[in-house]
Design a protein around this ligand. Structure first.
Ligand code: NAD
Length: 492
């Protein structure tokens, strides 16, 4: 089935057009046991269209074709340079379709169109970067004993899978598909049932890029119907997951109970942003405000904005929040920096946290309520007078809510920041280089940002400590996720 929608907005004018079926073996197929998945526009709360959701039998079919492709038209049968060229073709096609892909993200996820365009630019970079790696994945030669030597090969797993969340549909897809293919694997992708549209458009580019049938398969569906079938599948050798810690646990359990498939997990976070009294306050506030907004929509929850000398008074935060509120609005307005929350469930969750902060006695400097009557908009909210024991200080909110706590010493703030089960990232604002490095090393997190917040680069690894995840995506490190090492011993 075809979905088509003409848009005439300040940010985007054009027609969106996608196939809503399952993309398996380079073809659009119907599910063996279809489930209708309604897709909602979070800016209005209204249904845009519905797409076909699959079932476990569709995953069996996808695994069969992906396995066949791996053995015949992909994998190590194809030179790395050829695989790289196809990834480059795909990057060019994504580039050509940037605006339509960005419009689908804006429509389906509520991302402001300009931000969505930047995310698509990130996806293009991803495919280009890993295209370059495809013919540079080498092993080592190891001298052993007299008349003997060994060498290593970095071989693909075969059929791998990816399960994607709603907050970065194409970004998270490209973080997984690009390195998986560069290393020679074939892949089955399940987008979030809430945000399936952009992945379907992406699927329509795969054949044109010259990528053989069965190498990339996109199967929409719910977690229970399709995600679990992937997690338990005995012939999927590796699974990359981004989403909540709860689902991450289930996926690891499924791996343990099925075939011990390798699992990498990118999970939740509660990432402190520590502002010391000697920080460049203008910069610190700029990044902290952006963190509250962007991270709400991307990966992290900005947990602390901290000050030793109370220089970060309520005034600063009120000004920041006011700025954010001015820029919250329709993703297609061409002006908004911040759109609606993704779903009614997410909206209710975030409002629940805002209410719990109020009940626990935290002080609302700004926001603290819904924005307008239509869709899932929430006013960017900042709490001060927060105690570490409060729920808003402990749990991941995953919404535009900043929680400000104060501290006196470096030792104290390190302890506060590490006192969480998460360890995704942290920010440190100070002009004292030694302190910045000392604190960055002392914090239990996969990423430390010094005098910036939420910088993510294709060539730099990203992933969590503790219950924020296992394994690294991005950069050379991601290739380790998609290859296994074989040692070959030779008697000379
Ligand atoms: P979620 O765990 O509910 O869903 C993520 C994906 O898992 C969806 O595709 C869903 O259909 C699927 N799924 C659900 N149950 C499943 C099951 N039993 N088996 C297999 N698959 C299943 O998470 P979400 O609400 O979509 O995403 C929000 C969460 O993702 C937040 O906690 C956020 O912190 C996290 N996240 C982390 C990162 C990171 O880089 N660490 C990035 C983005 C999002």
């Amino acid at each position: 089935e075809q979905f088509s929608l003409k848009l005439d907005t300040p940010a985007y004018k054009g027609t969106l057009s996608i196939n809503t079926g399952l993309f398996i073996n380079g073809q659009w197929l119907k599910s063996v046991d279809p489930e209708k998945l309604d897709v909602v526009n979070p800016a209005t709360g209204k249904i845009i269209t519905s797409v076909e959701g699959g079932c476990s039998k569709d995953i069996d079919i996808a695994v069969d074709v992906a396995e066949k492709a791996y053995k015949t038209t992909w994998g190590l049968k194809v030179p790395g340079s050829t695989r790289g060229q196809m990834l480059l073709n795909l990057a060019k096609l994504i580039e050509k379709n940037t605006d339509e892909l960005a419009a689908l993200e804006a429509l389906n996820c509520g991302k402001p169109f300009g931000q969505a365009q930047q995310e698509i630019a990130g996806c293009i970079k991803e495919f280009k970067y890993y295209a370059g790696w495809a013919d540079k994945i080498h092993g080592k030669t190891i001298e052993t004993t007299e008349n003997k030597m060994a060498y290593t090969r970095h071989e693909p797993y075969g059929v791998v899978a990816a399960i994607i969340p709603w907050n970065g549909p194409l970004t998270m897809l490209s973080w997984k598909v690009a390195p998986a293919l560069a290393a020679g694997n074939t892949i089955i992708v399940k987008p979030s049932e809430l945000t399936p549209l952009s992945a379907l458009k992406f699927a329509s580019l795969v054949n044109e890029a010259g990528i053989p049938p069965g190498v990339i398969n996109i199967v929409n569906g719910t977690g229970p119907a399709v995600g679990e079938a992937m997690a338990y599948h005995p012939r999927i050798r590796k699974l990359a997951f981004t989403g909540s810690t709860l689902t991450g646990r289930r996926i690891q359990e499924a791996s343990a109970k099925s075939n011990l498939k390798v699992v990498t997990l990118e999970l939740g976070g509660k990432s402190p942003n520590i502002i010391f009294d000697d920080a460049n306050l203008e910069q610190a506030i700029k990044w902290a405000s952006l963190g509250i907004l962007l991270l709400a929509e991307i990966f992290l929850q900005c947990k602390y904005g901290l000050s030793m000398l109370r220089r970060l008074s309520d005034f600063w935060f009120a000004a920041a929040a006011h700025y954010l509120q001015q820029n919250t609005g329709d993703p297609f307005s061409g002006k908004a920096l911040h759109g609606p929350q993704m779903s009614s469930v997410q909206f209710d969750r975030i409002m629940g946290y805002i209410n719990s902060g109020k009940t626990d006695g935290a002080h609302v400097v700004s926001g603290g309520e819904r924005d307008g009557n239509e869709g899932y908009f929430i006013k960017p909210t900042i709490f001060t007078e927060v105690k570490p024991s409060m729920k808003i200080a402990q749990e991941e909110i995953f919404g535009p809510v900043g929680v400000v706590m104060k501290f006196k010493t470096e030792e104290e703030v390190i302890e506060m920041a590490n006192n969480t089960t998460y360890g995704l990232a942290c920010g440190i604002f100070t002009e004292n280089v030694s302190r910045a490095i000392r604190v960055a090393h002392a914090l239990e997190a996969g990423t430390a940002w010094i005098n910036n917040y939420h910088t993510v680069e294709t060539m730099v690894p990203f992933g969590g400590y503790k219950q924020s995840g296992i394994g690294r995506e991005q950069g050379e490190y991601a290739l380790e996720n998609y290859t296994q090492v074989k040692a070959v011993h030779i008697n000379i």
